[in-house]
Design a protein around this ligand. Sequence first.
Ligand SMILES: Cc1ncc(COP(=O)(O)O)c(C=O)c1O
Length: 409
Amino acid sequence: MAGSGDSVFAHIVLAPEDPILGVTVAYNKDQSPVKLNLGVGAYRTEEGKPLVLNVVRKAEQLLVNDQSRVKEYLPITGLADFNKLSAKLIFGDDSPAIQENRVTTVQSLSGTGSLRVGGEFLGKHYHERTIYIPQPTWGNHPKIFTLAGLSVKSYRYYNPQTKGLDFEGMLEDLGAAPSGAIVLIHACAHNPTGVDPTVEQWEQIRTLMRSKGLLPFFDSAYQGFASGNLDSDAQPIRMFVADGGELLAAQSYAKNMGLYGERVGALSIVCRNADVASKVESQLKLVIRPMYSSPPLHGASIVATILKDRNMYDEWKVELKSMADRIISMRHQLFDALNSRGIPGDWSHIIKQIGMFTFTGLNPEQVAFMTKEFHIYMTSDGRISMAGLSSSTVPHLADAIHAAVTRLS
Ligand SMILES: Cc1ncc(COP(=O)(O)O)c(C=O)c1O
């Protein structure tokens, strides 16, 4: 029996920090003036500051000035305009699946919420409960899908020797998966490796998956961020839509519109026909209603305002490209800085990998050393966020890698 002053929660053990968000917690405690946070996947300017896009500020101003706007609840599926425009953004303006009304799109809580709603829906209504995720993958994937009631298995993806794609291993594992299994695919800018298949490889993956009836679940957290072009980054998804087959796609506006904390994203399910799509949507509502009832209004209104206005849309594309370009230029600067220090090994993967992250190949011991001696913070798998670097911090990082590699190889 609990005595007075005893907590009914006294048995609860302290949970570990999230492996990614915990890096920022440790960084915040560090008092060093040279500390550098390369853990978190959020864009920073050359000055190391978070960025609110100009076009986002403009959209917000328009929304604030519009006195006719109210704060009523959105429907369970979210803002209709936002859903329509999000589907077009990911599947393309002229997508036959959209024209044939066989896509259902619901607004969700950023990429994570979209993955979770999709996972819950599959757990309730799909006949095959196994989902294959790449090895390695974003650390939240296994947790999201396990809690959604799916059984999580992995397929080979990354080859540490080549620091590139293990394409044969991937095909072999997908080929051995039970027919109908769900396959989680990073649409572009794979996190954490920065390694994506080529278009030719995507075509082979598509043929294999369709021949085995595997169900693709695309995670699109970086559309436009990888290449700077929204259409190229969506190409793998559009290849799967073009064959007329079914799929799920989770979209996030965290990175590409810089709306991280607004939690704005969408889940789309492409179905065989309009009748199936409307039934699927009716069941998605039953997943969402007891989870969070309906999604938030503000972020989706910003996105819809930008996507439906030609000028604002064009302005967004320019700002998005400049973020992607800055990240690419950081890759080149880091690569040059490592080469100029004569650091042993081939570092060309830094310029070959794509998107927000570089999977450096540094081991946990080297990472711990760089944190202790150089105050550089990153996840223990050696992943660094290129978006957290700037011209002024590249030399410090290159010195740290130099010391870690020469002293602890
Ligand atoms: C691969 C991947 N999927 C999904 C997400 C979800 O992000 P959010 O929920 O912030 O949109 C992230 C964020 O880092 C990610 O890297």
